[in-house]
Design a protein around this ligand. Structure first.
Ligand SMILES: *[C@@H]1O[C@H](CO)[C@@H](O)[C@H](O)[C@H]1NC(C)=O
Ligand SMILES: *[C@@H]1O[C@H](CO)[C@@H](O)[C@H](O)[C@H]1NC(C)=O
Ligand SMILES: *[C@@H]1O[C@H](CO)[C@@H](O)[C@H](O)[C@H]1NC(C)=O
Ligand SMILES: *[C@@H]1O[C@H](CO)[C@@H](O)[C@H](O)[C@H]1NC(C)=O
Ligand SMILES: *[C@@H]1O[C@H](CO)[C@@H](O)[C@H](O)[C@H]1NC(C)=O
Ligand SMILES: *[C@@H]1O[C@H](CO)[C@@H](O)[C@H](O)[C@H]1NC(C)=O
Ligand SMILES: *[C@@H]1O[C@H](CO)[C@@H](O)[C@H](O)[C@H]1NC(C)=O
Length: 300
């Protein structure tokens, strides 16, 4: 498991000085991105692997955008140059945004993980992973990245663990049983901080596997994100983000109004982890309070 800061890629300071003002003119919002590249398994610039990857990059964005769940997987080529790929746009995204984001994601990944056969990149609106190994059939959260807000809750540790447990536990079933394996929530309980949360599985997971993927996320959230005012667990098969401000499109689908009475003991993962702080401040101005209309849940 890895923890990454939400900072952008290192780049020469003078380049930043020259390029940044141009970028600001072109794109209104700089997109946060996190990537993970294999350390070994390199391909050559003239290899069949590249040729197959390039074929994928020209077909996968359209395939995702034309699916009702904005999700696509693909397998290209033959061993040893076979490429497996998977992409998902967030449940509150739309087809046109999805196609252009996934197209950009391919370009970014070739730059972020040059000559690496295994690479993944996560943005807020979408994720993309490709590999020479078949990860498409896995059902676990699968080598997640943890993006951790450095700010701590001011409430005590017991309450914050209950807040996080309640969020994930309340949303898992609803998300797992929805068509897009996606849901959002707002948690409002007494004097505790209001929290917003988004959870999504890859739509090809059956509800049972999706729920167990969320169980992995629950365990690692309690272990690694406890006490933090915001965070993301970004996995190949499911992911989760929570913040103290709304960060998704549309009203929360679930309103959570009671805290779970206690948090069951969880088995911590044995993988050691390094924590990188999140240096990114919350979105410039928190949007207005999300209205809550759809469903109530009492967090038990
Ligand atoms: C690919 O490039 C390598 C050097 O980068 C070269 O040795 C090899 O002959 C090239 N292969 C083809 C098929 O062009
Ligand atoms: C993979 O790339 C090679 C080299 O360009 C090509 O011959 C082959 O047809 C590609 N595989 C598929 C499934 O398109
Ligand atoms: C799709 O989403 C993008 C980004 O959120 C937005 O700018 C655009 O208006 C949306 N398009 C449609 C057709 O809803
Ligand atoms: C948050 O809590 C952690 C662990 O309790 C501590 O190491 C860290 O300094 C705290 N961060 C801030 C910004 O207070
Ligand atoms: C699990 O990890 C958390 C956070 O590091 C720690 O507070 C807790 O005591 C651990 N639980 C067990 C059973 O080791
Ligand atoms: C999460 O914790 C539960 C309860 O201890 C345990 O049954 C489950 O195996 C754990 N999952 C992982 C992936 O560690
Ligand atoms: C927690 O881990 C221990 C040791 O690996 C194992 O014996 C126990 O069954 C696990 N508990 C749960 C609830 O998974």
């Amino acid at each position: 498991m890895k923890f990454l800061p939400s900072v952008h890629l290192p780049c020469h300071p003078w380049m930043a000085m020259v390029i940044l003002p141009l970028l600001l003119l072109l794109v209104p919002l700089a997109a946060a991105q996190w990537s993970s590249c294999s350390k070994s398994d390199d391909y050559k610039s003239n290899s069949t692997y590249v040729a197959n990857l390039s074929l994928l990059s020209s077909t996968l964005p359209k395939k995702a955008a034309s699916s009702t769940t904005l999700f696509a997987t693909s397998i290209m080529g033959n061993f040893p140059d076979i490429v497996y790929a998977l992409t998902l746009c967030r449940g509150d995204s739309n087809a046109s945004a999805c196609e252009s984001r996934v197209t950009t994601a391919f370009q970014d990944l070739l730059r972020l993980c040059p000559y690496k056969k295994n690479a993944a990149v996560y943005y807020d609106p979408c994720m993309l992973k490709f590999s020479n190994k078949n990860f498409l059939a896995t059902t676990t959260v699968n080598d997640p990245l943890f993006i951790v807000n450095t700010k701590n809750f001011t409430t005590n540790a017991d309450i914050t663990q209950r807040l996080l447990f309640t969020l994930i536990n309340s949303m898992a079933q609803l998300a797992a049983n929805s068509l897009r394996r996606f849901t959002t929530s707002r948690l409002d309980v007494g004097s505790s901080p209001t929290l917003y949360c988004l959870m999504q599985c890859m739509p090809d997971l059956i509800p049972h596997d999706c729920e167990s993927c969320f169980q992995d996320i629950l365990n690692s959230t309690l272990e690694y994100l406890g006490g933090k005012q915001g965070g993301r667990v970004l996995g190949t098969r499911c992911y989760m983000r929570y913040e103290m401000y709304p960060f998704f499109q549309g009203d929360p689908k679930l309103r959570i109004i009671n805290l779970a009475p206690h948090v069951p003991t969880i088995n911590n993962t044995t993988t050691p982890a390094t924590v990188y702080p999140q240096s990114q401040p919350p979105d410039a101005a928190p949007p207005p309070e999300g209205k809550v209309t759809v469903q109530e849940h009492n967090g038990m």
